[in-house]
Design a binder for this molecule. Structure first.
Ligand SMILES: *[C@@H]1O[C@H](CO)[C@@H](O)[C@H](O)[C@H]1NC(C)=O
Length: 647
């Protein structure tokens, strides 16, 4: 595993194909191993309480809660819990890490230590039981490792650690059982056989429910080792609960560098590979076919147009051309005087394209960073941080692109363009984000981004992103306009009616489905990582899928634009953008289907959040794919019109 990181970049693809978990084997800056002496305190931090799939494999909630939310009544450390410093990305992605009262001493087994006694009143018990039914799970961190449960993959027979463990469960008689005892199993590794240098390499928690009959002392005893009845929180009275835990330190051969491997489990990698290769083959085949057909047709067209020119020059009567059976001027050449005419709403289009370029470059860099291993799950929140950072910095690209295009389209309201580019799309995104957060606040969910974080984001946006974008725009407007290869006529041509499949909606439906097809499989895994809190790290797959998507998006849009121009319809700019962007519609549709089949959200808020976030992601995707479609078509149109002679 480790060798791969040092492989030269030429081997990148090879290692990519060999190991999807390349990201797991990296020593990251800031994530240096911590070495403990025997008896030294190892802190246990608690993170937000999140829903996981219930035993019926459906997710019942998407709202997460703070560990110390008063209703849960979990034991607090002396002096109250303190927040542990986190990166912005980590906060945005829902981490709320706090200190805990658990005392873990390296290599010192403890049994049945009492944390705290508490009493659950009627209303609270109802609340907690409801959360248990929704499949809420506790998330702890020991030395940066999530406390997991050992799960066996029935298909491959391999074992892996799944982060988080259930707060309670529902038994066969539909009674809700509350877990109040935790067996904490910690695997440690001796650094080069030295018994004084120990590192944590695995954390497992087995929660249990024990209805204690007498008071438990604070110190280690063996009371909890005997069997007890399961504990239920009474919804019609008070329940006394004593929280206890045991700690077992287990020597392990796993080295620190590979400790994450057990957490990163690919469910049936064969199917994953199979479907990926399947779609890759189809996409590449399709692209090549389309390309070769298109290139051949274009060659013929161009040769014909230029021959016609020749004939016209040789024989001014031009009859020979007509005798040839070739009509003078037909197809896309006819619209040469209109094809570079400014489209309607040039402002909106250029703002979208600027933001699209920004997102495109951001996505590319993010995936590249991920491939290099900078975004491994051990570096908590690094994905969110890097996305935010790149998006901010790349405001420059957005501004420049938007200005350049706007100028080339002959736009004159350049001040408006400079303002709208960094404000419109980010404003829509942030506005939606803010609205969704209001719902979370109302629910007292910890998933709600704290107000201070919101402020920080706004500040970053206005202090760094907006000025960068304005600078980019400035340079974009200073640069020369991109001149079209053919002149535009004064009077617009009439557009003849087109066949059904070239009408806006059918063409969008047809074009949009192909890029969606290229990423469909990967999307499934990303969705389950977002909503089921599974760790996503298959960036190798993602890289391939992203490439395939770009390729498909560009090819099919070019094809559509070609047909459109042949049908003498020169309004290709918006059509290309919308048709390629339509794949976002499919992504949204897919999210809705996922919602219907994999989630069973009991609350209204949950549904709003799910649909809201899906819509937001789809919107960004719309801008991204739309821009890919536009830019490839633009390149194509310039190419073909500059290769014919026009008198
Ligand atoms: C702690 O308990 C585990 C499990 O019972 C055992 O394997 C291990 O040797 C014990 N460690 C110490 C330091 O006693």
């Amino acid at each position: 595993m480790q060798l791969k990181n040092h492989a030269p970049s030429g081997v990148l693809l090879a290692s990519l194909l060999v190991a999807p978990q390349i990201a797991s084997a990296f020593y990251l800056p800031g994530v240096a191993p911590t070495t403990y002496k025997p008896g030294e305190q190892v802190p246990l931090y608690v993170n937000s309480i999140r829903p996981v799939a219930a035993p019926d494999a459906l997710l019942h909630s998407v709202v997460s809660y703070d560990y110390y939310q008063p209703h849960f009544q979990f034991c607090q450390p002396e002096g109250g819990p303190k927040s542990v410093g986190e990166s912005l990305g980590s906060i945005l992605f829902g981490d709320r890490i706090k200190t805990s009262p658990f005392e873990l001493k390296m290599k010192q087994n403890e049994t049945c230590k009492m944390l705290c006694p508490t009493t659950y009143k009627q209303g609270v018990a109802f609340y907690v039981n409801d959360k248990i039914r929704q499949g809420m799970s506790l998330n702890w961190l020991v030395d940066g490792l999530p406390a997991g449960q050992r799960i066996k993959d029935e298909l491959t027979g391999t074992e892996f650690y799944n982060p988080g463990f259930l707060m309670g469960q529902v038994d066969a008689d539909d009674k809700v059982i509350f877990n109040n005892h935790y067996d904490i199993l910690i695997e440690y590794h001796e650094v080069s056989g030295n018994p004084d240098q120990l590192r944590v390499v695995g954390v497992l928690v087995q929660p249990e429910s024990k209805k204690y009959t007498k008071d438990i002392p604070k110190e280690s005893t063996d009371v909890c080792l005997s069997n007890f009845e399961p504990l239920q929180l009474k919804e019609d009275g008070e329940t006394k609960v004593q929280f206890t835990y045991s700690v077992y330190w287990i020597p392990s051969q796993t080295a620190w560098a590979t400790r994450w491997d057990k957490y990163l489990h690919v469910f049936d990698p064969k199917i994953h590979w199979f479907s990926l290769i399947n779609s890759a083959v189809i996409v590449v085949f399709l692209t090549l076919t389309v390309m070769s057909v298109l290139v051949r047709a274009l060659r013929k067209d161009i040769a014909r147009y230029n021959r016609l020119d020749q004939i016209n020059l040789d024989d001014l009567s031009g009859t020979s051309a007509l005798e040839d059976g070739v009509q003078e001027d037909s197809g896309w050449k006819l619209v040469h005087g209109d094809v570079f005419r400014t489209p309607s709403y040039p402002m909106l289009l250029s703002v979208f394209l600027g933001n699209g370029a920004q997102i495109f470059v951001m996505t590319g860099f993010t995936i590249a960073f991920a491939l290099l291993g900078f975004l491994s799950p051990s570096n908590r929140g690094s994905l969110g941080t890097i996305i935010l950072f790149l998006y901010t910095i790349l405001g420059f690209v957005g501004g420049y692109t938007s200005a350049r295009i706007y100028k080339s389209m002959g736009g004159e309201k350049w001040k408006m363009n400079i303002i709208l580019t960094p404000v419109l799309v980010p404003g829509i995104v942030f506005g939606t984000f803010f609205l969704l957060n209001l719902f979370l606040w109302a629910k007292e969910s910890s998933g709600a981004v704290p107000f201070t974080t919101m402020l920080v984001i706004i500040l970053i946006w206005f202090i760094i992103s907006v000025p960068l974008s304005v600078t980019g725009s400035w340079l974009g407007f200073r640069a020369a306009a991109i001149e079209p290869p053919v002149r535009t006529n004064q009077i617009p041509r009439q557009i003849p009616p087109v066949t059904t499949y070239l009408k806006p909606v059918p063409s969008m439906l047809l074009v949009g489905i192909l890029p969606f097809g290229a990423i469909f499989v990967e999307l499934y895994f990303i969705m389950s990582s977002i909503w089921f809190s599974k760790i996503y790290y298959m960036f190798g797959f993602l890289f391939l899928c992203y490439g395939l998507m770009i390729l498909t998006c560009a090819t099919v849009t070019i094809l559509m634009v070609y047909f459109l121009l042949c049908a003498e319809n020169y309004n290709w700019q918006w059509r290309a953008f919308l048709a390629a962007g339509a794949s976002a519609g499919y992504i949204f549709l897919n999210a809705i289907i996922y919602w219907a089949s994999k989630l069973s959200l009991t609350s209204f808020t949950g549904s709003i959040l799910y649909i809201g976030y899906s819509a937001l992601i789809s919107f960004l995707f719309f801008i991204l794919t739309g821009s890919i479609g536009f830019f490839s078509s633009w390149w194509f149109v310039r190419k073909i019109y500059s290769s014919i002679k026009i008198d």
